[in-house]
Ligand binder design. Structure first.
Ligand SMILES: [Zn+2]
Length: 391
C-alpha cells in the first residue's frame, strides 16, 4: 500500500490530513446482543484528508474489509415521522418533475425498500431495488428486490429514474462508481439520476462532529459533489442543500459527449479550505464542552440518557469515551431495543422504559427530533432537562 496521501477522486497528492480518531466502531448501524460483545465490536480508524485540488474529503484510514453489510443492519431514520414526511416530499417532487408515471425506477442501496415502494405507489411505477442487506420478500406487486450491490452486470435493467440515497458516502472510490453508473446508462440519455448524500458543511460549519463515522469514507460539499458528477459524465440539473442543511441532493442527466464544465457555479474550494483549517480546534473545544456537561451531571448525582441509538449516538458515546457515566440509550425503533451500543455498551431501551429509569437529563442526538421527543416525554408524564448534542 502506498504511504503517500492521494485524493481518490482527482488523484492529486495535494491533500491535508485534518482530523484523526482511532478505534471507533466499524459499524455504527449494528447493535449487539450483550454489553461485552458491544464493547469488543470490530473497530477502525478515521483519518480525514481534504483535497486542496478538488475539495473532496476522504477517510484515508478506511479499510473496506472491516465492513460487511449484514442483514441485521438497521436504519432508524425510516421510523421517524419527520423523516418519512421528508421522503414523501422528495418522492412527490421527483415524480412530478420527471413525469414518472408508469415508468421504471431503479434504486441503488434501497435498504428495506420504503422509498422505492413510495415512488412506485405514488406514480404507479415499476421498481427494481438493489441492496446487499435487503432481507424482505424478493418481489412485491410493484417492485423486485435484488440482494446484491449494483454493478455493471445489472446494466440490462433500465430505469427512467435511478436513485441512490445515503449510499455514495459509503463508497471509497466515488469516481469509479459514478463512471460505472454512466457506462451502464449508455445511450439512454433520458435517464434521470437522483443522489442524496450527507453535506460535509454540516459537519465542518455547523460542527455536527458526531456525523463523522467509520462507514462514511467519502464526504462531499456542493462543490466537490458537482465536480465528481461532471467529471464522470453527467450534467447537473439541480443541486442543493436539503433537510435543514444536513443533506444535499443532486439531480443529473447523462451527458452526451465530453465537455467537462458546468460545476463552476458551486465552487466552494476556498470556503471549504477555511472550514477545514478551523475544524480541529473546533472539535477539541466541542469535546471539552461536553466533558464539562457530563461532569456537572455526575457531580450533581443526576442521571442522563442519550436519545437516539443511530450513528450520532454511537459517535457521541465513543468519541467522548462514555461508558458507565450513562447507562441507557433510548430509541423508538423496537428492533434496537434490548440490544447494546457498539463500542461503549449502553443498553438501548424504549421510551416507555424510562418510567422505570426516569432521567434528569435527556441528551438529544438530532435536534430535528427534539419536539417529537419532548411530546413523547410529556405523554409519559416525565420531565427532564434537554441538551442537544449538536448545539
Ligand atoms: Zn481531489
Amino acid at each position: 500500500m502506498s504511504t503517500e496521501n492521494v485524493c481518490p477522486v482527482c488523484s492529486s497528492t495535494d491533500v491535508s490530513v485534518f482530523f484523526e480518531v482511532s478505534g471507533v466502531p466499524a459499524h455504527v448501524g449494528l447493535q449487539w446482543p450483550s454489553r461485552d460483545a458491544a464493547r469488543h465490536c470490530s473497530k477502525g480508524d478515521i483519518k480525514l484528508a481534504f483535497c486542496n485540488a478538488c475539495g473532496f474529503i476522504a477517510n484515508l484510514a478506511f479499510e473496506p474489509a472491516r465492513l460487511e453489510y449484514m442483514q441485521a443492519y438497521e436504519n432508524a431514520l425510516h421510523f421517524s415521522p419527520h423523516f418519512q414526511g421528508y421522503a414523501q416530499s422528495v418522492a412527490t417532487r421527483l415524480i412530478e418533475r420527471y413525469n414518472l408515471y408508469d415508468k421504471d425506477i431503479i434504486e441503488i442501496g434501497c435498504g428495506r425498500g420504503d422509498f422505492l415502494l413510495l415512488l412506485c405507489e405514488l406514480g404507479k411505477n415499476r421498481g427494481v431495488g438493489f441492496d446487499k442487506s435487503y432481507d424482505g420478500e424478493q418481489t412485491d406487486s410493484r417492485a423486485t428486490f435484488i440482494r446484491d450491490f449494483y454493478s455493471e452486470r445489472y446494466a440490462s435493467y433500465q430505469g427512467d429514474l435511478i436513485c441512490c440515497r445515503q449510499v455514495f458516502e459509503h463508497i471509497d472510490n466515488p469516481t469509479d462508481f459514478l463512471t460505472m453508473l454512466r457506462r451502464t446508462i449508455g445511450n439512454r440519455l433520458n435517464t434521470s439520476v437522483y443522489f442524496e448524500v450527507p453535506n460535509v458543511l454540516f459537519i465542518l460549519r455547523d460542527l455536527s462532529v458526531w456525523d463523522i463515522i467509520y462507514e462514511h469514507c467519502s464526504y462531499f460539499s456542493l462543490g466537490s459533489l458537482a465536480r465528481v458528477f461532471t467529471l464522470c459524465g453527467f450534467d447537473i440539473l439541480d443541486l442543493a442543500e436539503t433537510y435543514d442543511g444536513q443533506y444535499m441532493d443532486i439531480e443529473a442527466k447523462p451527458r452526451n459527449g465530453s465537455s467537462n464544465s458546468g460545476h463552476d457555479s458551486w465552487d466552494d474550494l476556498k470556503e471549504m479550505a477555511d472550514y477545514v483549517t478551523a475544524f480541529a480546534d473546533n472539535y477539541r473545544t466541542k469535546l471539552e464542552t461536553w466533558r464539562c456537561h457530563l461532569k456537572r451531571i455526575e457531580d450533581a448525582g443526576q442521571r442522563a440518557v442519550v436519545w437516539g441509538a443511530g450513528a450520532r449516538g454511537v459517535s457521541f458515546l465513543n468519541m467522548l469515551k462514555i461508558e458507565d457515566q450513562i447507562k441507557y440509550v433510548v430509541d423508538i425503533n423496537p428492533r434496537k431495543q434490548g440490544l447494546y451500543m457498539a463500542g461503549t455498551g449502553q443498553q438501548i431501551i424504549s421510551p416507555e422504559s424510562l418510567r422505570d429509569h426516569p432521567p434528569d437529563v435527556v441528551i438529544v442526538m438530532n435536534p430535528i427530533y427534539k419536539t417529537e421527543i419532548q411530546q413523547l416525554m410529556e405523554r409519559l408524564g416525565l420531565t427532564a432537562e434537554f441538551l442537544c448534542a449538536s448545539g
